[in-house]
Design a protein around this ligand. Structure first.
Ligand SMILES: Cc1ncc(COP(=O)(O)O)c(C=O)c1O
Length: 431
């Protein structure tokens, strides 16, 4: 199977972490997100240990919670003793409500409103990742009005093309995120930040993109950032003590994707970093990473009930399911690849090809086109694998479909961690 938490049990059903997915679908209904919470905890701990091992004390992972934001996730991050990346008032609120220690939260975003800044300060967010000069001025104004000091990192664009889908490239010079080294605006903003009385400079940040399998773009980014750190020292006399290299590590969604050896990639980045530091004569800063997808994607899968199998003679076949674009918009957005299978026939061969279609009034509401599947009929359970990242967090109520529930499976058994939305939830803000 694609990841080692998946198996086929003695009934021929798909299991995740030993839990029979067909039983989960019967018990909790569909569509249903399933999250292997032990897998998430282990991946937080794995990153924490590897980052400390290769980058030294004080280096740490921050879970990019845009990949999956819910109270249970922040409880797991707290238990693992890692930091988090948050990008909105809603994520801050959720983390705070879950009891996450907010001094270890890093607040991102290319347009933090005045209200966001106030809310983050009220919530005790430890560090702002400043995107631009306007935001910096707004943050200085608010912190000085309150007479408080806050930590800040600066988001820098290193000017890198990591060869991934263009919608998830974020570190190119013309990106909407951060300030570019190439144009001189990064240096200008560092100087402005250093001049702010109420802002304590924690370091620099970059994030080059997502779903990257090749280690070279990471090493290239590390190299460019270390050279910039040397320039900062030369121009301002300040030693940058922390460097956040972002997230973006690749995840295997189908058999066509390569395996990703996280330890190898981290150790290779560490070697490039050491070399760049030696070349530039700077001491190695503390290193942070912000993995999102690679911490949670393989922990999740989504279960649907098949409503129909329809063959358009001479053309194609459709399997229609009771969810779709509202619970997983990634195929509609980026034509993301997924592995689909019939969970109650997981042990059988995939002998047909079909397009898995959602139930919305959009022809683009597809989960996957022309995939191999076991023959299926109304009432079967269709599983889409590796949906732990950017599925629930990107979900909508299009066509007024309630968001599915999420069930956690792991040492604590199976239990609801996000309730299914009701029709009352759907109308609760309507007047
Ligand atoms: C600033 C930042 N950090 C981290 C991430 C996480 O990336 P990934 O989920 O690919 O690890 C993102 C994703 O967009 C991001 O924008």
């Amino acid at each position: 199977m694609l990841h080692n938490n998946l198996s086929i049990n003695e009934k021929g059903n798909l299991a995740i972490s030993g839990f029979d997915t067909v039983e989960l679908a019967n018990k909790y209904g569909t569509p249903l997100y399933v999250l292997d919470t032990d897998y998430v905890l282990n991946s937080c701990l794995k990153y924490k240990n590897l980052i400390e091992k290769y980058f030294g004390e004080g280096s740490k992972p921050l879970f990019a919670s845009k990949a999956l934001s819910c109270m249970e996730i922040y409880r797991i991050a707290k238990k693992a003793g890692i930091g988090i990346d948050v990008v909105s008032g809603g994520e801050i609120y959720t983390a705070n409500k879950a009891g996450f220690p907010m001094e270890n939260a890093y607040f991102h975003g290319n347009n933090k409103t005045d209200a966001d800044i106030k809310f983050a300060l009220d919530s005790g967010v430890g560090c702002f990742v400043v995107d631009n000069l306007d935001e910096l001025a707004a943050l200085q104004k608010e912190t000085s009005a309150r007479g408080v000091t806050v930590r800040a990192m600066l988001r820098v664009s290193p000017g890198i093309d990591p060869h991934t889908h263009k919608a998830v490239v974020t570190g190119s010079v013309d990106s909407k995120f951060g300030v570019a080294i190439e144009t001189g605006q990064a240096m200008e903003t560092v100087k402005a930040l250093l001049a702010c009385d109420n802002i304590q400079f924690e370091g620099l940040h970059c994030h080059i993109g997502s779903q990257i399998f090749d280690y070279n773009p990471f090493a290239e980014a590390a190299d460019i950032m270390i050279r910039f750190i040397a320039d900062v020292k030369k121009e301002t006399g300040v030693t940058v003590s922390a460097l956040n290299l972002g997230g973006g590590f690749g995840v295997k969604y189908t058999d066509e994707d390569a395996d990703f050896d996280y330890e190898k990639v981290l150790s290779d980045i560490a070697s490039s970093l050491e070399k760049a530091c030696a070349d530039c004569g700077v001491s190695r800063p503390r290193i942070y990473f912000e993995p999102g997808r690679s911490m949670v994607a393989a922990a999740g899968l989504t279960l649907y009930t098949v409503g129909s199998f329809k063959t358009i003679t001479g053309y194609k076949s459709y399997v229609s399911i009771d969810g779709g674009l509202p619970d997983n918009p990634r195929y509609a957005l980026y034509q993301s690849k997924y592995t689909c299978l019939i969970a109650n026939k997981a042990g059988e061969e995939k002998t047909i090809r079909a397009t898995v279609a959602g139930r919305c009034c959009e022809s683009g509401d597809l989960i996957q086109e022309d995939v191999a599947l076991q023959p299926c009929k109304r009432g079967d359970v269709l599983a889409v694998l590796v949906t732990g990242a950017y599925n629930y967090s990107m979900a909508s109520n299009y066509n007024r479909l309630p968001r599915p529930a999420m069930v956690g499976v792991g040492e604590e058994g199976d239990r609801i961690i996000i309730r299914r939305e009701s029709y009352d939830d759907i109308v609760k803000n309507d007047i």
